[in-house]
Ligand binder design. Structure first.
Ligand code: CUA
Length: 147
């Protein structure tokens, strides 16, 4: 093996280890969660917020032309929100401003992401995928209240 080949292999291996360590750090120490696609869904028919415990909520969110259902929810600060997202017509986007929640709402599947809200305030929801003439009106909000 040529010396430069060995160097390239060594660098590639080191980069793989660094990337793997970065992923492990993000998912464990930073709690960064990537969206999951649930491919065998049991679709809910209407959007709703379900309280499982004082600080644990399940949001069943429906995206459709041109609104989110529910359009506004209120939870206390420190709550963990499990978000299940589906679309009933075409592809929409779902982003919670000021957080790392950024998903696609795709007909026929349910996307999932969870987030703990540690700061009170109003977090706007926006559709970030052009979905037709009413796209710019497709908004909502999550209000996180002081407990
Ligand atoms: Cu829905 Cu843009």
């Amino acid at each position: 093996m040529d010396k430069s080949e060995g160097l390239a292999l060594g660098l590639s291996g080191a980069l793989l280890l660094i990337f793997f360590a970065a992923i492990m750090y993000a998912s464990t120490a930073r709690g960064i969660d990537v969206p999951k696609c649930i491919t065998d869904p049991d679709p809910f028919e209407r959007g709703q917020l379900i309280e499982h415990a004082e600080d644990r909520y399940e949001l069943q969110m429906i995206a459709r032309m041109w609104s989110f259902q529910p359009g506004s929810i209120e939870i206390p600060v420190g709550s963990e929100l499990e978000i299940y997202l589906r679309a009933t017509d075409i592809i929409h986007g779902f982003k919670i401003e000021g957080t790392n929640v950024n998903m696609m709402a795709v007909p026929g599947s349910i996307n999932y992401q969870r987030l703990r809200f540690n700061e009170p305030g109003t977090y706007p929801l926006v559709c970030h995928e052009y979905c037709g003439v009413g796209h710019h009106n497709m908004r909502g909000e999550i209000v996180v209240t002081e407990s």
